[in-house]
Design a protein around this ligand. Structure first.
Ligand SMILES: [Fe+2]
Length: 507
């Protein structure tokens, strides 16, 4: 028997032994060696980052990895090993380069040939000089464990027409057990049971979220990119604090550093998002993609924009000067078909039409009028088609952005738009975090109807306030389509799709 085929036999047999082998020293329980599955991210046209985490936390382990162009690993492209280190909470990241563009790869991990991870699949980006025929980006965000099940992740992991997934933030929530929660659900309380503050707290919370099989299935199927929002830190975070942080909880910078360290351990990315943002990615000649950072690097404390005087307006910032310059330059000078901006909080905004529902203008771009105006000016100079992809709001909106000269104090949209949109904003439904789903349908439908009435909000093409799910953006050289997929329920494990809606965006 050749050495290589002997090796594969051992690996294949190990699928069976893994059921008892990996953690046998620790307990007699049936345990997986890689209980949080596998993930990939940060893909480029010739490289990808692979991720996993071991369970043998009492000893530093050598973890082997392989990447192949076929799922049976008969054509291994590269392999190697890395030591799982305590300082990184036994998470492992492998950068694999020398890959071919627009190509599917399969990958797996094992320890001492006794155990195999689940199978991962990933895909490289198109070559930078290539014009891909089409490219589809799935968008997910706001998966609050305590509000429901991650059925949207499961439904998305069944799709075969997605090239890349972007998580738009609120990958975890920081709250203690029972707060901001549907407490009628069984076994959906946060661990640890207190609000997370220390490094170990944040690590434990990530491990709880990533124990969900639906989350693991999605990560194993597609490469991811990420932007973080506030709840990866604490509610309404800004560079020097957060609404949900008090002095009794310690120094904000320490808590922020803990959150970032745990985030970097769990996400398949190279560079922490607050370092030199925005993260820029080129998808062939089709898309210039920018991943914004709006929480840790520059954001000044939220304040009612009506209370800002002229000097304060200039200093009150969401992105900071450096990030803004890069964003503006890319928007104005991009020669790709689309400029796509992955963004945390609502950019366009809308008029409030009912006192029952409150809006968080202070935390949105509307609360930072100087930054918002700079981006609108850049859109006016763009020669291509800009799109903003937004999370945070938990509701679904398709909105045209016009040069509407909004007064941030009283956002009111002009009743008729005779010009073409400067950009479109796609707001993505939450995976499970609460929206207006607790209100009776009749009240929500009534409010929706008022919202999309051109008398109040002529720029809203679609609004949905009480569904949960995901969105897929389908790009080609001539068109872009937003596909909204809504789940039947989040209150039990059930990946049934209730409804799908698609919108073609025209400029
Ligand atoms: Fe959220």
């Amino acid at each position: 028997m050749k050495i290589k085929s002997f090796f594969f036999t051992v690996i294949c047999l190990s699928i069976i032994t893994c059921q008892i082998g990996c953690d046998a020293k620790k307990s007699n329980q049936k345990t997986e060696c890689f209980p949080y599955g596998v993930a990939s991210g940060n893909s480029a046209s010739n490289s990808v980052l692979l991720w996993t985490k071991t369970t043998l936390e009492y000893i530093e382990q050598k973890v082997h990895w392989q990447i192949s162009t076929d799922s049976l690993f008969t054509r291994i492209h590269k392999e190697g090993f890395k030591i799982a280190k305590e300082e990184n909470d036994f998470t492992i990241k492998i950068k694999v380069d020398g890959l071919s563009p627009s190509t599917f790869y399969y990958y797996r991990f094992f320890i001492d040939k006794k155990s195999l991870s689940t199978l991962g699949r990933t895909k490289t980006l198109p070559a930078i000089n290539e014009m891909p025929e089409n490219f589809s980006i799935a968008l997910v965000n706001c998966n609050n464990f305590q509000d429901g099940y991650f059925n949207a992740f499961e439904a998305l992991s069944k799709r075969d027409d997605v090239d890349l997934v972007i998580h738009l933030g609120d990958y975890i929530y920081e709250y203690e057990a029972g707060r901001y929660a549907d407490t009628t659900l069984v076994n959906r309380l946060h661990k640890p049971s207190h609000e997370i503050v220390t490094l170990n707290d944040y690590r434990t919370r990530y491990s709880q979220y990533r124990s969900e099989i639906e989350f693991q299935n999605l990560h194993a199927k597609f490469p991811f990119l990420f932007i973080w929002d506030d709840h990866e830190f604490a509610n309404d975070a800004y560079a020097k604090g957060a609404k949900n942080h008090s002095e009794e909880e310690g120094v904000w910078k320490d808590r922020q550093a803990n959150a970032i360290k745990a985030y970097m351990e769990w996400m398949p990315i190279y560079k922490s998002p607050e370092k030199n943002p925005p993260h820029q990615i080129q998808i062939g000649q089709l898309i210039d993609l920018l991943l914004l950072e709006e929480r840790a690097s520059a954001r000044t404390k939220q304040i009612n924009p009506c209370e800002l005087n002229e000097k304060d307006v200039l200093e009150h910032t969401l992105l900071g000067k450096k990030q803004m310059n890069t964003l503006v330059n890319t928007i104005e000078n991009s020669n790709k078909v689309w400029t796509v901006i992955a963004n945390q909080v609502a950019f366009t905004g809308y008029s409030k039409v009912d006192s029952l529902f409150s809006l968080k203008y202070k935390d949105w771009w509307l609360g930072y009028p100087n930054d918002r105006n700079q981006v609108i000016s850049a859109f006016k100079k763009a020669t291509n088609k800009p799109i903003i992809l937004t999370g945070d709001h938990h509701c679904s909106f398709v909105m045209a952005l016009h040069d509407d000269h909004l007064d941030s104090c009283k956002p009111k949209y002009i009743s008729e738009h005779n010009t073409k949109p400067l950009a479109w904003e796609i707001m993505v439904p939450s995976v499970s975090s609460k929206n207006y789903d607790a209100y009776p349908d009749s009240i929500v439908n009534n409010y929706s109807k008022k919202l999309v009435n051109p008398k109040y909000n002529p720029h809203i093409k679609f609004a949905d306030l009480n569904n949960h799910g995901f969105t897929i953006m389908h790009f080609n050289q001539n068109t872009v389509q937003a596909e909204y997929v809504f789940m039947e329920t989040i209150k039990k494990k059930d990946a049934t799709i209730r409804e799908t809606k698609t919108f073609n965006l025209t400029y």
